[in-house]
Design a protein around this ligand. Sequence first.
Ligand code: ADP
Ligand code: MG
Length: 247
Amino acid sequence: MTIIQVSNLQKSFGQLSVLKNITFDVKKNDVIAVIGPSGSGKSTMLRSIIHLEKVDNGSIRINEDDLVKNGIYPNDRKIKQITHKMGMVFQHFNLFPHLTVKENLEIAPLVVQSEKIEIVRKRSTEVLEKVGLSDKANVFPAKLSGGQKQRVAIARALMMNPDILLFDEPTSALDPELTGEVLKVMKILAQEHMTMIVVTHEMGFAKEVANRILFMDNGEIVESGSPEQLFSNPKNERTKSFLTKAY
Ligand code: ADP
Ligand code: MG
């Protein structure tokens, strides 16, 4: 079942064309790894899907709804309704420093979604357990390592019960010894069949966990395929050259 259909996305920042006819689809339970050099448009593509950026043209269909169709967006209320079931995890965790871990998780469901406090409390307990941080519930972010902060950020995204999780280089800001604990949580989510799009430089993770790889360069999806195909037998010269440098 296709849950995201991206067609012919185009976006420029001023004169700079950043997304050029991006087309791909995401099926339920897909784990898609997006790889490619810095500046190739990976973040802009991801941000467009969750409406942190507006595209100039093209379409993004999410479940049965058009987030944008041929460059035309619906009204804000409709956009919110469509993007509501997506969560995103960023390179920098963006936690609220003045709130405890548990409060960081609960604030959006309580204040933005006006959910019942008992339900939200129960869910925050569950998601903290999932990311292995039950013992940090009442701690402030400053007391956490980078890896723990990123796991809180993942837990916070899970609080919204997302159908789809987007990750933008979730381990790039971490010391190498802390990336493993974050990748492990992401792997658990994948095993639980969360649909995920992951922009990453972690080729090992991409190879092991993703079922499809998209290679982007210069605003285009140059090549896509299974990890076996793309890593062992890349067809495009630009893919080959990137993979040689990335290893
Ligand atoms: P990646 O995530 O692959 O590194 P990005 O999507 O962040 O690539 O950026 C693609 C290109 O768009 C880069 O050249 C970047 O400098 C440019 N860019 C990204 N965001 C903006 C912005 N808000 N304003 C102007 N240029 C931007
Ligand atoms: Mg980026």
